[in-house]
Design a protein around this ligand. Sequence first.
Ligand code: SIN
Length: 486
Amino acid sequence: MSFEFLHRKELLREKAFWGGSWKNGNSDLKIQVINPATLEVLGHVPSLGQKETLEAIETSVLAFQDWSSRTAKERSILIRNWADLMKRNREDLAILMTLEQGKPLAESRGEIDYAFSFLEWFSEESKRIYGDIIPSHRKDTKIEVLKQPIGVCGILTPWNFPSSMITRKTGAALAAGCTVISKPSELTPFSALALAVLAQEAGIPEGVFQVLTGYPEEIANTLIDHPEVRKISFTGSTQVGKRIMERSSKTLKRLSLELGGNAPFLIFDDANLESAVRGAVLSKFRNSGQTCVCANRFLVQSKIYDSFLDLFLETASKLKLGNGLEKDTTLGPLISEVAVQKVETHINDALQNGGNLLLGGRRLESGKLFFPATILSNVSENSLSMKEEVFGPVAPVYRFESFEEGIRVANSTPVGLAAYAYTEDYKKIEALSKHIESGMLGINEGLISSEQVPFGGLKESGFGREGSKYGIQEYLHVKYICIGGF
Ligand code: SIN
């Protein structure tokens, strides 16, 4: 099975989109795109490199002159057209996503809605880019502050959210008047290419949104090194984010880095148990745990610990592991063999350090990528799963005694993207808001993402904010003008 379910077969492209057309480039090299549920080859995309990236940059620089000089309303209408086309093609986009990424179809539909919401949001925000007039320090001068688009932007996005990470960045960039060269993950290029088909249909002008397929190194390095590329926005690991930052120093590029997390999920004795378990399952097992903001460690206070484990186990054991295209699947496969091995390493390490396996723990079938929901209790603070992002359906549960200990353990990590806490006590909520070291905090909520909120991290989870009124500022620079002679 591959694409017979698509209503519009032309949404599936096996060519990349740059320089105003769909092509393969000079290289005969192709990348296989694999369905993680069946391990069958879905299709191929070209493996592009420096030459094609330089061509795309040239096109993007030219396109910027026109795009940035259009009125905000013109840009807004075109971005909105693009969003509406996403809505109209929702089912096909969701099927494509499930085929190449593996997530259950219901989650893919949810992601398409989420991806759409960023284009919708930023089409509106494009009309609200205000500058300032500042009272002058002299009688004969006027002080103006302009917000201007940065220029050509390189957008490097991961496989776990193949559409929404592109629209979250591109929506903001295009609304600000920038042009975009998108480099999606080589594991999930079809969702990005389908977005390019719709951008073209929406009337987004040539060169404003281009998609280059290939392995990251050559394309990303060419974008990073080029002086005409003014910004790189990256979502991915902290390790790669650091390398991008180092390399970008040569041209001092603007950067947005949305990097790894290690989200603590705190449950205090006074929490509402049912609500905490609902949030825990949603936060941990969305996208099979392959989410930067998903709960990575469960920190549970001692009095509620046993009842939390009982209900968590009962609820998580109902998740149905399988091919995301099957109707009742609620947990899809992991993306690759490497991902499965990482999960196994984390589980073995937790068990060696005194943890107990309560649910799951072993892949369903040898050689396949299906890994069940796994719960480990009594996990020690020094276990790998408490220190590192597991990026899989594994929930290590740690028991703590005092409020202070909970906060200390939650903050004992170099990263700080998201955190979650369940309590009914407003004084604790105040203290958590103040002391938890993360860019985002869900209190009595396990799913906090939306186009209206500033998404981003602290510490080694990176910097820059995406979505919300703050997201567009990442693609604008501030220019101060002093007009004399009054
Ligand atoms: C991510 O994993 O980086 C994105 C998740 C989200 O936007 O909710």
